[in-house]
Design a protein around this ligand. Structure first.
Ligand SMILES: *Cc1c(COP(=O)(O)O)cnc(C)c1O
Length: 383
């Protein structure tokens, strides 16, 4: 299915429910959990995902990712867990990219084994290393690009073609790119996953996740969620639908700010390294260019040895040190400091994930570039 309209138009138009009572141009909210059943064939109920706000949001997200159907659940991690659980069974094997988002890594390494599903972490994102990891019972590749927090890039076309050759299903976390910058389904990926808690929600006030793809594939996860629960409730769907109205203009500004900040940091004497796929010095910049329209809002950088990560964050006046990402305001954190996503991993796991104590993950917002640059410059000190 190809959607004719541009993303800007899809953001504001797709899926909108016309209010029959008033002709209102915004989707009304239908929160009712009890619904009349006598003269209707359908059993309307939040856990069945068939309430109007659940459906209208699924339409908008399917259109944005060029998929046939979408399933909205309570968080990005539920989207990851429910999509894998719906497609993998005892005796199957999964090859996962490594490093990848810490929550996904934790789910794969901790929860698949008890379900009887084996896994291999590919030793690099290269197709050759994925190929080496394939076994006769390999059913799925689990992919993410750019990765959180190191912005590593995989060659989507190459991995999809390898997967297809072996009849392997591809799962792809598109959270950091957003559907504005990258559409993995158009490159042959089978199932796209999002944490809507991040850029899709974009205002730091909701939790959600999405599974998007061909109808028959999404249907498997739907069947599971119908029975175990976890559909996003209509109130949150309505809030997320409103957030998506401005997704394309938010991401346009975020892309531009992030690119300029990455260039600024790359030239800064107190920064030893910048991880951003939009920089020509990123090792997979050419691949990123071939599959992304813009490079997204997450810029990670390593502080020079003389700069203490905590002091640097305390000297910021505008940018907020905070644990999550994807908001209209610029936030940043040190993945290894207490309470952030990597703090609970062992030292070996951190090193294996390429994370060190000088690493800072910044999620760029829509403030003015000049204000963000000046804040970073002052907190870093000029030398
Ligand atoms: C945050 C995040 C998730 C998990 O999403 P939640 O909504 O926190 O469950 C998954 N993937 C990536 C890349 C993320 O950044």
């Amino acid at each position: 299915m190809t959607i004719r309209y541009s993303k800007d138009t899809i953001c504001v138009r797709s899926g909108t429910i016309i209010d029959a009572a008033t002709g209102g141009v915004r989707s009304p909210l239908f929160p009712s959990t009890s619904n009349s059943y006598l003269d209707t064939a359908e059993d309307y109920y939040p856990r069945h995902g068939n309430l109007p706000n659940q459906r209208s949001l699924a339409v908008k997200l399917s259109h944005l990712e060029q998929g046939e159907d979408a399933l909205l659940v309570g968080s990005g991690m539920s989207a990851i867990a429910l999509s894998l659980a719906a497609h993998l069974k005892r005796g199957d094997h999964l090859v996962a990219q490594h490093p990848l988002y810490s929550g996904a890594l934790k789910f794969i390494t901790k929860h698949l084994k008890p379900l009887g599903v084996a896994f291999t972490l590919a030793s690099s994102p290269s197709p050759a290393d994925f190929e080496r990891a394939i076994r006769p019972n390999t059913k799925a590749f689990y992919l993410e690009s750019p990765t959180n927090p190191l912005l590593s890039i995989v060659d989507i076309r190459a991995l999809v073609s390898l997967a297809r050759k072996h009849g392997i299903l591809t799962f792809f976390d598109n959270t950091l790119a957003t559907p504005i910058n990258q559409n993995p389904l158009l490159l042959g990926v089978d199932i796209v996953i999002h944490s809507a808690t991040k850029f899709l929600g974009g205002h730091g006030d909701l939790s959600g996740g999405a599974i998007i793809g061909a109808r028959h594939l999404v249907e498997r996860s739907k069947g599971l969620v119908h029975d175990v629960g976890g559909y996003l409730d209509p109130n949150t769907c309505h809030l997320l639908e409103r957030s998506l109205l401005t997704l394309s203009i938010r991401i346009e500004r975020i892309n531009a700010n992030a690119q300029r900040l990455a260039l600024f940091l790359n030239d800064h004497p107190n920064i030893s390294r910048v991880h951003y796929p939009g920089l020509p010095c990123h090792p997979a910049h050419h691949i990123a260019r071939s599959q992304m329209v813009g490079f997204g809002g997450v810029v990670s950088f390593e502080l020079a040895a003389a700069i203490d990560p905590k002091h640097f964050q305390k000297r910021l006046r505008l940018i907020t040190p905070a644990n999550s990402l994807g908001e209209v305001v610029t936030t940043l954190n040190s993945p290894t400091l207490a309470s952030s996503s990597y703090a609970s991993l062992s030292k070996e796991q951190k090193l294996g994930s390429g994370i060190n104590d000088s690493l800072v993950r910044m999620s760029v917002g829509i403030e003015s570039f000049d204000d963000l640059r000046d804040d970073l410059d002052a907190a870093l000190g000029n030398k």
